[in-house]
Design a protein around this ligand. Structure first.
Ligand code: ADP
Ligand code: MG
Length: 620
């Protein structure tokens, strides 16, 4: 190949350590679906062409403007080579070194670990990690990349490597513009030089590539912007294939929304919810997954501003005629038009989720399980859509069967006449909440309580403040206005004089650990309970803060309520007269027990010593 003769000496460069690790896995992989390498190379070629198309619309200095935008594949089953050429943006020498010698991905450690774990079985995810190019080393013993950047006056370069340790780069007289990648196939990969095989692979993985692809001169894909077609004419299979193509996915999507609108903005959108939430597996923050088009021309891949950040798990395409072609990343950010577009699409998408919750509850449950965390993120960070988002929340509650979830709307429907507030309480599990002291008062009054299990839930609900005019109140909050109920136990309470002096003695004994000690109107079975002054700081939020900072002193503002019908409290009142010292010990133990019931951290040493002293007396 004369175009590849280097003029200057080639320099040899080491791959970055992370790349070596990835290559080591890829080169030695026994992965059976090696054919995905072609999908990765075609997707890179298509990206390069999309970028070129965009540049030539917005930038005058594109070389060889008249070259057609296309992908050409040549296979040679005698030489055992596969060559893929595109007329895209190409690469400069620096870009070659940067793009094919290093990994830009920040979570590269996790990624290498994941690849290594999956190594023998499954490398199909490789494209999602931003290292798709290296997949070609599954089938090639040597790869040459000839490239010339679209920029005016750029010269050509050749990159070559056998995928082990290092690569070479040097000047080369190459094509007019774009990139040619030549794979010398491994001995056990000669099948990839067969036209029939290659055509099948392209049909399987790359039929939505929006540029013509030819194999040994024969054109094989039909270009189609599926999102602009009529819904009724698109098959389930086409949708799924398109999803796999744009999301780089190997499975089918969980949910799909295809809609168009004419007013107030012209929008054509095809959005998907994937099945998996990769942030859960420690890959770090997801990149936005929606591409922005104007009349089928890609304006921006993974556009940041077209959906709010908390919808970054959504994949798909938004096409709007109203977006100017030459809009830049920066102007996108604060364009009034883009924010109107974002509001419209987000609103439509949330409405869709809400409809799904009604018509397809099992699917919605799956959605909630996997992506509910993003809905919560939206509620704590974005006020624009709070009403729609609040409708999507799901929780366990004292009225739901274990494992079944309920919505705030369903709770509100069940509220008896006269109940004005929605109650919730946090705890790691249903059993723990139900065994704790907070539910007693609500059970006695037949009031439903929502169970929140994630620490973030209390931040979400306290941020939300109310649902359809009903205040959201944490059940561990002091000063709740609960109706009087008959006490079923029939036991007498302490007289008010004794209560008063017991409360002030307790306050004195416990010092700044409590802000106030009061007679409880809510307790039935427990002797005492710790409460918070308001919903801006529930016990679960404090647990989170304690976990972060062990020395944090946040106890000062607690309220201790005592059950003046409880035998223990009555005896404490009496003991105080006879043995003030031991009464103090008992008071401290009651206080610590109340903290433990609230799930808060207590210094165990103090408790254990004290328990021994109490036991000594009990066993006397
Ligand atoms: P990703 O495509 O996710 O960025 P890859 O490993 O597939 O990761 O490719 C690395 C980079 O190499 C690309 O981002 C791109 O900058 C560059 N590249 C690869 N193939 C081409 C090509 N055909 N034309 C221009 N640039 C390319
Ligand atoms: Mg790629």
């Amino acid at each position: 190949m004369p175009e590849a003769t280097g003029e200057k000496a080639f320099e040899t460069r080491e791959f970055q350590a992370e790349v070596k690790q990835v290559l080591d896995i890829v080169v030695n992989s026994l992965y059976t679906d090696r054919e995905i390498f072609l999908r990765e190379l075609i997707s890179n070629a298509a990206d390069a062409l999309e970028k070129l198309r965009y540049e030539s619309l917005t930038n005058q200095t594109v070389e060889e403007k008249e070259l057609p935008l296309e992908i050409t594949i040549e296979v040679d089953d005698k030489e055992h080579t596969l060559t893929i050429t595109d007329t895209g943006i190409g690469m400069t020498k620096d870009e070659l070194i940067e793009n094919l010698g290093t990994i830009a991905h920040s979570g590269s450690k996790t990624l290498i670990q994941q690849l290594a774990d999956a190594g023998r079985k499954d490398l199909s995810l490789i494209g999602q990690f931003g290292v798709g190019f290296y997949a070609a080393f599954m089938v090639a013993k040597k790869i040459r990349v000839l490239t010339r950047s679209y920029q005016a006056g750029a010269s050509g370069y050749e990159w070559a490597s056998d995928g082990i340790g290092s690569y070479t780069v040097g000047s080369a007289r190459v094509l007019a513009r774009g990139t040619k990648i030549i794979l010398e196939l491994k001995d056990d990969a000669h099948e990839f030089a067969g036209t029939a095989t290659i055509k099948r692979i392209i049909r399987q993985y790359s039929s939505f590539v929006p540029f013509p692809i030819t194999v040994n001169g024969e054109k094989i894909n039909t270009i189609q912007a599926i999102w602009t077609r009529n819904k009724n004419e698109i098959t389930e299979e086409e949708y799924n294939e398109f999803y796999k193509f744009i999301a780089n996915a190997y499975d089918e999507p969980l949910l799909r929304l295809h809609f168009s609108a004419d007013a107030p903005l012209a929008i054509n959108a095809l959005l998907f919810v994937p099945r998996q939430n990769f942030e859960r597996y420690g890959f770090g923050r997801m990149e936005p997954g929606v591409n922005l088009y104007c009349r089928k021309v890609l304006i921006q891949q993974q556009a940041e501003s077209i959906l709010p950040e908390w919808l970054r798990f959504v994949k798909g395409v938004v096409d709007s005629e109203d977006i100017p072609l030459n809009i830049s990343r920066e102007t996108m950010q604060d364009s009034a038009l883009v924010s109107r577009l974002r509001r419209a699409i987000t609103g439509r998408f949330l409405k869709f989720l809400n409809e799904q919750a009604g018509s397809n509850p099992d699917k919605y449950a799956e959605f909630w399980q996997t992506f509910g965390i993003f809905i919560k993120e939206g509620l704590t960070s974005d006020f624009t859509h709070r009403d729609e988002l609040a409708k999507l929340l799901r929780f366990e509650s004292s009225a739901s069967e274990p494992g079944k979830l309920t919505s705030l709307a369903e709770y509100a429907e069940r509220m008896p006449e006269g109940q004005k507030e929605i109650y919730y309480i946090n705890g790691p599990a249903r059993e723990i909440i139900e065994a704790g002291p907070y539910l007693e008062a609500f059970r006695a009054r037949n009031l439903e309580v929502i169970y929140t299990h994630e620490p973030v839930d209390d931040f979400v609900l306290s941020n939300l403040m109310e649902y359809e005019g009903k205040k959201l109140v944490s059940a561990d909050q002091a000063g709740l206005e609960l109706t009087e109920v008959e006490d079923g136990t029939g036991t007498e309470s302490l007289d008010s004089e004794t209560v008063k002096s017991l409360a002030s003695w307790l306050k004195e004994t416990l010092g700044d650990r409590v802000s106030e000690v009061k007679e409880s109107r809510r307790l039935v079975d427990s002797p005492a309970v710790i409460l918070n002054p308001d919903s801006t700081m529930t016990s679960s939020m404090q647990r989170v803060m304690q976990a972060v900072n062990k020395d944090l002193d946040i106890m000062g503002k607690k309220v201790l309520e005592i059950n003046t019908r409880h035998t223990l409290i009555k005896r404490l009142a009496a003991l105080r007269e006879k043995d003030a010292d031991f009464a103090r010990t008992a008071a401290e133990q009651i206080y610590d027990n109340a903290l433990i019931s609230a799930g808060l951290m207590v210094d165990p040493r103090g408790i254990v010593d004290r328990m021994y002293r109490i036991l000594e007396r009990a066993l006397d």
